[in-house]
Ligand binder design. Structure first.
Ligand SMILES: Cc1cc2nc3c(=O)[nH]c(=O)nc-3n(C[C@H](O)[C@H](O)[C@H](O)COP(=O)(O)OP(=O)(O)OC[C@H]3O[C@@H](n4cnc5c(N)ncnc54)[C@H](O)[C@@H]3O)c2cc1C
Length: 436
């Protein structure tokens, strides 16, 4: 086992977990290579589901994958730990000490040797140094944060329901800063929650008592997507009684309010930051690997880092060039999924002494899901390069297919079918909203 080439993937997210699964199935199983996944957490939940976990429309535990169990089934090893450094000459990555929830050290700092290293540690929210954002905003970067949001939201509803019962002022002001896909979809999820919760006993509160605002610095929501899509999304949000504030850069976040650049103030008891992303800060100090201003590791077209032939990066933490654009590949789940495929081929090729595979992002379009209300989006025609606008049930089907593709990559077609069936049964058996 020790003589086998050791491939270490750090980060078991949308891209990393798909990569170790296919490497394990192909190389680990036949003992052609030793595959190790390192992740800071014990379980995986596909990140695009986090806003549904936050609002309670999805129970994360049903969609959680335990790395140890998955590793056993797919012939790779799992190491719990947070990567904090790299020694490229010694070909070792450094894992920070692991502490339990009480702060006690469970495992000390350690090093893991590699022959090939893939860094796939994703991204975190970028608050651009906005005063008060770290102290007063909620973020949706991890399952832990999504669950915390959900608990705070349930408590806020409970408090307002009680105030309504007492005949006091009881409007709950929720604001989402950033109207990219995450912010817009979260707004629709929260509107659904505000309609469902009164059904489950908080009946002194009406959906209209919950004021939801989406704040965007650009002059339209979904600024990265075509104008037609943002117009349709604006209409849908307004139909859901979500306030859409565009051209409003936020200059400060306070405990119960937001201050705009022009000095106007907006009351906000729950403020969620969903404007922009950056890669984790430790990447900027990885033994001379090149990073851009967002801490993303700069990679060649083959996803190999520019400074080291044996270190690759993929997904949100990588800045990968696109042949026909001066912008890198966008930080999206479909990009991470495609990169996992390309890197799988490159790693297998290298073991056979063959060439690396250049990665070319194939944008299949963008879909914005308004909870159970509707979905709007555009699909790219592969040959024509033109996009086709879709909405409603067909759009929702395409939206859901992205997650199903991730599940197929992790479990295979047959098991994904069973999981889908179990999801349907579970939805029929449980309340439409997670109530605890
Ligand atoms: C709420 C929300 C909704 C979204 N919706 C969509 C959508 O509809 N469509 C779409 O295309 N994209 C969407 N995205 C973006 C999408 O989730 C990301 O582009 C995608 O998850 C990136 O995959 P990744 O593998 O690079 O990183 P991630 O999936 O973020 O995984 C990173 C992994 O690395 C681990 N990790 C982090 N740091 C370390 C470390 N130092 N050491 C060890 N492990 C570490 C983490 O625990 C995690 O498991 C959404 C994102 C959010 C937050």
């Amino acid at each position: 086992m020790d003589n086998l080439p050791h491939i270490v993937v750090v980060g078991g997210g949308a891209g990393g977990l798909e990569l170790v699964t296919s490497l394990g199935n192909k190389l680990g199983k036949k003992r052609k290579a030793r595959i190790t996944l390192v992740d800071a957490g014990l379980t995986h939940v596909w990140k695009p589901l986090l806003h549904e976990v936050a609002s309670g429309s999805l129970d994360a535990s049903a969609n959680e994958i335990n790395y140890r169990a998955h590793a056993r089934k797919h012939h790779y090893e799992f190491q719990l730990g947070r990567m904090s450094g790299l020694d490229r000459k010694a070909k070792k990555l450094v894992i920070a000490p692991f502490h339990d929830e009480e702060g006690r050290e469970v495992v000390p700092a350690r090093a893991i040797s590699y022959d090939t290293l893939v860094i796939a540690v994703g991204s975190t929210a970028n608050d651009f140094g906005t005063p008060g954002a770290q102290e007063h905003c909620l973020f949706l970067d991890s399952l832990k944060q999504a669950r915390r949001f959900h608990n705070l939201m349930l408590n806020a509803f409970l408090r307002k329901n009680h105030e309504a019962l007492q005949g006091h002022e009881h409007t709950l002001n929720i604001s989402i800063i950033g109207a990219g896909a995450t912010g817009v979809e979260l707004a629709a999820e929260l509107r659904l929650a505000s309609r469902e919760l009164p059904v489950y006993g908080m009946n002194h509160l009406q959906s209209s008592d919950v004021s939801i605002s989406v704040i965007e610095a650009a002059d339209r929501i979904l600024p990265a997507l075509p104008g037609r899509l943002s117009a349709a999304a604006t209409r849908e949000l307004e139909r859901q009684h979500v306030k859409v504030l565009t051209g409003q850069p936020v200059s400060e976040v306070r405990e119960n309010s937001i201050v705009m650049k022009d000095g106007t103030k907006l009351l906000s008891e729950m403020t969620i930051w969903a404007a922009g992303i950056k890669a984790p800060a430790f990447l900027a100090e990885l033994d001379g690997l090149e990073v851009n201003r967002s801490n993303q590791l700069v990679v060649e077209q083959t996803l190999q880092t520019t400074q080291d032939v044996d270190v690759f990066a993929m997904g949100d933490c990588a800045a990968c060039p696109q042949p026909d654009s001066d912008r890198p590949v966008p930080p999206r789940a479909q990009a991470a999924h495609q990169q996992a495929d390309a890197l799988f081929k490159t790693i297998c090729n290298r073991l056979d002494g063959k060439e690396d595979v250049p990665f070319v992002y194939n944008d299949h379009g963008s879909l914005i899901n308004f909870s159970r209300y509707t979905t709007v989006g555009n699909l790219m025609g592969n040959l024509s390069g033109r996009s086709m606008y879709i909405e409603g049930k067909v759009a929702r089907m395409f939206y859901l297919s992205l997650y199903r593709m991730h599940q197929v990559a992790l479990h295979g077609m047959f098991r994904t079918g069973i999981i889908w069936l179990m999801d349907r049964i579970s939805r029929a058996m449980h309340p439409r909203l997670k109530l605890h």
